[in-house]
Design a protein around this ligand. Structure first.
Ligand code: PMP
Length: 442
């Protein structure tokens, strides 16, 4: 069967709103380490990892063995009505790692459900459905999580069970806080929070939910310390802080294990997903016992924390620790960041290189402006694929390339991918700049 046949069948049977990457969509048929093989017969270095999910890489023996040991018992699923040894062990480990005192952990199958569970706990604890969220955020595809998603492309419904007020993101290219230095941005963001609380809420807000680095939003982030400064204001009225660590968790940012740790604060609730299962569906929320236990009725996830996914999760945590992947993310991320920043200086289509560790983004603009250039972004994205590198796209205007490679990325692989990226940027830049100059003189 050709890829075209599969595309036609996909289009005929799947809803129209599911996006697929590339002008010629790719079917991935095999993988090993940081490389995948396409049905097109080509091998690709993977800097996106199935949206930051294949966090350790493909076909990792330690994780495969742990899952196979569980499969060999004959038990794939029991439901949480029975004790699940891997689930308890993983919860103990995550509770200890979370930094939250006396924490409780609830497992789900997706980041969306994890955020739903966090909202359920926070709104019950505070007896309020008023929420503070951040512009340009993404928290999931259910009604409540769409309601706290500040990103037009992903807001498929205006129906919202919550009452939401919006804070400014840390966007440095556009918006009211753009181009402020970190200290001025911190002051402005705190002032904004006070004003929003005073003018758009009844005061008894349940929580603020924020991504330490906005994933779908194109890796936009505010200055270090921002969540901590916000939390000081929230504490005046007992408002909870939820850190959505679906993309930033597990050492990906290199400098810390959790994104929130750059902010001098410990959240009341923290949500996780993606990388912890290294491809198995595993997500959840960890939070203060009094907040988690505020849910006043039975709440249950049939598949959440099942024996197979939690076996994978325990193996992932072992692997992270045994190979100090956080340090590797810092090292290889720095190599990539330095290379990309150098390339950016030579190519005015690059508006900003940002992110931390192995969570790096390049934003494309029309040279000399902050006007988004999604066409140039798509051209660089396709050129990367042609060069043998998979990356992601994102940002409010579709003008951001996102890189979230497996944390096992080697320095050689980082250099290899960087060279492909820089070539792709250079080729698109060479085509773009004369066109702009001609336009300006016509
Ligand atoms: N929160 C964040 C920060 C995410 O990036 C995502 C997924 N991109 C989600 C929540 C939702 O996760 P899921 O797709 O697993 O429901």
């Amino acid at each position: 069967m050709t890829a075209d046949d599969l595309l036609a069948r996909h289009r005929a049977v799947m809803p129209s709103w599911m996006p697929i990457y590339y002008a010629e969509p790719l079917e991935i048929v095999a993988g090993s380490g940081r490389r995948v093989t396409g049905a097109d017969g080509r091998s690709y270095l993977d800097f996106f990892g199935g949206v930051l999910t294949n966090m350790i890489g493909y076909d990792i023996p330690e994780i495969r063995d742990a899952v196979q040991r569980q499969l060999a018992t004959g038990i794939v699923h029991t439901s949480t009505l029975y004790l699940i040894r891997h689930q308890v062990e993983l919860a103990e480990r995550i509770a200890a790692l979370s930094g939250i005192a006396d924490a409780r952990v609830f497992f789900t199958n997706s980041g969306t459900e994890a955020n739903e569970a966090a909202l359920l706990a926070a709104t019950n604890y505070r007896r309020s459905h008023q929420i503070l969220a951040v512009r340009n955020s993404y928290h999931g595809r259910s009604y409540a999580t769409m309601g706290i998603t500040g990103h037009r492309s992903w807001s498929a419904s205006g129906l919202n069970p919550l009452q939401v007020a919006w804070l400014h993101s840390g966007d440095r290219l556009r918006g009211l806080l753009a181009r402020l230095g970190p200290d001025a941005q911190l002051d402005a963001a705190v002032e904004d929070l006070r004003e929003v609380l005073a003018t758009q809420t009844a005061g008894d807000v349940a929580c603020l939910i924020a991504e330490p680095i906005q994933g779908v939003g194109g890796f936009v982030h505010g200055p270090d310390g921002l969540l901590g400064e916000w939390k000081k204001v929230l504490d005046e009225s007992g408002i909870l802080l939820i850190s959505d660590e679906v993309q930033t968790g597990w050492g990906r940012t290199g400098e810390h294990f959790w994104g929130y740790q750059a902010h001098g604060v410990v959240p009341d609730l923290l949500t996780f997903a993606k990388g912890i299962g290294n491809g198995f569906a595993l997500a959840g929320v960890v939070g203060r016992a009094d907040v988690m236990d505020a849910v006043p009725a039975i709440s249950f996830s049939t598949f959440g924390g099942n024996p197979v996914s939690t076996a994978a999760g325990v193996a992932v945590l072992d692997y992270l620790r045994d190979h100090d992947l956080q340090a590797n993310a810092a090292r290889t991320g720095e190599l990539l960041r330095t290379g990309l920043t150098g390339a950016a200086a030579a190519h005015p289509i690059v508006g900003e290189v940002r992110g931390k560790g192995l969570m790096l983004a390049v934003e494309f603009v029309r040279p000399g402006t902050s006007e988004p250039d999604p066409a140039a972004t798509t051209a660089v994205f396709e050129a990367c694929r042609a060069g043998g590198l998979l990356v992601g796209k994102g940002g409010l205007y579709g003008n951001v390339l996102r890189m979230g490679p497996p944390l096992t990325l080697t320095e050689d692989e980082a250099r290899e991918g960087l060279a492909i990226l820089v070539d792709a940027i250079a080729s698109v830049s060479a085509a773009a700049v004369p066109a702009i100059v001609e336009g300006a003189t016509a």
